[in-house]
Design a protein around this ligand. Structure first.
Ligand code: NDP
Ligand code: GDR
Length: 370
């Protein structure tokens, strides 16, 4: 039985990857942080009682900022594959916490690579590094491929740039099977609530159900190449099964503005939007509401721009060229943007209907995810 260690197992990708690897028959070990509340919601359905023998899923406390912890875990587990997904992954937040982001996302990657080397596991353990399209930052060329130069535009992207190159360096210096997946944005019903897609699908569901009046967003002109996380974790595994260690772009090859993602999400609940104004003064109004179930009046302002969500430096346009992954590994995404939006909206409507019952029961609901 192959053993995998996943850092960041409690995150969006960690949860889908765990499910994927368990189905493949792996024994999965996950690094989770200690927190004052339970933080394993996304993997609770995969949880196995620690008293059961021959379990397939094992969770260990740890942190990317703690080398001795990482060395001890890797020594004990002796993994065949490590998926280094743990990171402070929010671009906007990284401007507030740049030093921590550099430590966890940049040096954290070095800690994993060096633990493998120190333990003499270079020939046994294959390593996947969660690299990102944020490396491309300021547009140099489109579409962006494995050969496009990097120009990071946030502390997050700069930290990930260090992680990218230290992975390449350890591969070349110590002959390790260490690879970067340069993944473009990927989303899902379990996407973190403060990333723009989930913020929008949650808000569209809540507005339709009368739980929220409007949603405040930042830059509606930003363009992203959005795929489904389920398709992308499959590719992480494929990267480590390849004959040679290489770096790979994973993307859909299509790009969409945040504004159009908003339109598509509201369309799923029968609400057509009209945008007026530009920049910080832009607003979205209900033009038409075709679903009698949802009583959102025509003309109501339900989207506003709030400059607090603008970033000090923005990444305007991302569109990836996945042709290397398509041709060499045969990877093709199963979801397109329309089916991704549908999947997220169906899930959030169900979730918000539960919230509505709570509200109808006389309880107060807070929306912490503005
Ligand atoms: P999430 O933010 O959903 O998950 C991040 C995970 O990292 C969580 O499990 C989190 O733990 C953990 N983590 C954060 N800091 C530490 C730390 N110091 N020590 C240990 N664990 C830590 O991210 P995603 O699942 O979306 O992304 C996975 C990886 O892929 C990240 O590295 C991200 O930067 C990268 N990436 C993501 C893309 C995307 O579109 N989703 C695109 C390209 C790259 P906790 O639950 O306790 O917070
Ligand atoms: P991103 O994702 O920065 O691309 O990083 P995010 O969803 O946060 O932003 C995408 C774009 O939307 C614009 N935007 C807003 N963003 C947020 N979060 N909230 C808003 O209200 C809002 N309004 C507009 C942003 O300015 C941006 O242009 C994600 C993360 O998963 C990274 O970890 C990963 O590396 C990259 O994707 C690829």
């Amino acid at each position: 039985m192959k053993k995998a260690l996943i850092t960041g197992i409690t995150g969006q990708d960690g949860a889908y990857l765990t499910e994927f690897l368990l189905k493949k028959g792996y024994q999965v070990h996950g690094l989770k942080r200690r927190s004052s509340l339970f933080n394993t919601d996304r993997i609770d359905h995969l949880y196995e009682d620690p008293h059961v023998e021959n379990r397939h899923l094992h969770l260990h406390y740890g942190d990317m900022t703690d080398s001795t912890n990482l060395i001890r875990l890797i020594k004990d587990i002796q993994p065949d594959e490590i998926y280094n997904l743990a990171a402070m992954s929010h671009v906007h937040v990284s401007f507030e916490t740049p030093e921590y982001t550099a430590n966890a996302d940049g040096i954290g990657t070095l800690r994993v690579l060096d633990a493998v080397r120190l333990l003499g596991l270079e020939k046994k353990t294959r390593i996947y590094q969660a690299s990102t399209s944020e490396l491309y930052g300021k547009v140099q060329e489109v579409p962006q491929s494995e050969t496009t130069p990097f120009y990071p535009r946030s502390p997050y992207a700069v930290a990930k740039m260090y992680a990218y190159w230290i992975t390449v360096n350890y591969r070349e210096a110590y002959d390790m099977f260490a690879c970067n997946g340069i993944l473009f944005n990927h989303e899902s019903p379990i996407r973190g609530e403060t990333f723009v897609t989930r913020k929008i699908t949650r808000a569209a569901s809540r507005i339709a159900l009368g739980l929220q009046d409007k949603v405040y967003l930042g830059n509606l002109d930003a363009q992203r190449d959005w795929g489904h996380a389920k398709d992308y974790v499959r590719m992480m595994w494929m990267i480590l099964q390849a004959d040679e260690p290489e770096d790979w772009v994973i993307a859909t090859g299509k790009t969409t503005t945040v504004r159009d993602f908003v339109r598509m999400s509201f369309n799923e609940v029968g609400i057509e939007l009209e945008f007026k104004g530009t920049g910080a003064d832009e607003k979205g109004y209900v033009k038409f509401c075709s679903n009698a179930e949802y009583q959102v009046p025509v003309g109501k302002e339900i989207v506003s721009v709030d400059p607090r969500y603008f970033r000090p430096t923005e990444v305007d346009l991302l569109i990836g060229d996945p042709s290397k992954a398509n041709s060499k590994l045969g990877w093709r995404p199963e979801y397109d943007l329309q089916s991704l939006v549908k999947d997220m909206m169906l899930s959030d409507i169900k979730l918000m209907q539960k919230e509505q019952h709570v509200k109808d029961g006389g309880y107060r609901i807070m929306n912490y995810f503005e």
